[in-house]
Design a protein around this ligand. Sequence first.
Ligand SMILES: [Zn+2]
Length: 82
Amino acid sequence: MQCDDLLNYLSDYIDNDLDEALSAEARAHLATCPNCKVVLDTTMQTIALTRDREKRVIPAARRQQLFDQLQDAFLNQPDKTM
Ligand SMILES: [Zn+2]
């Protein structure tokens, strides 16, 4: 699995919506890729914070927006090692 794939699956990974094989691949990638691990941690923290503040689940569209922003930020990192 590449970083691009991981980012595509990140939302489903967080929601535990991936099938077992993909989930295993995602975990394997996260174990070896500090960049994606940071993106995952940041995403989960942001979701947790937003949840706390709003006391409800983030709407899907809003979450997609968040993921897109994170993905842009990640892919535009000058020192990315992909
Ligand atoms: Zn990666």
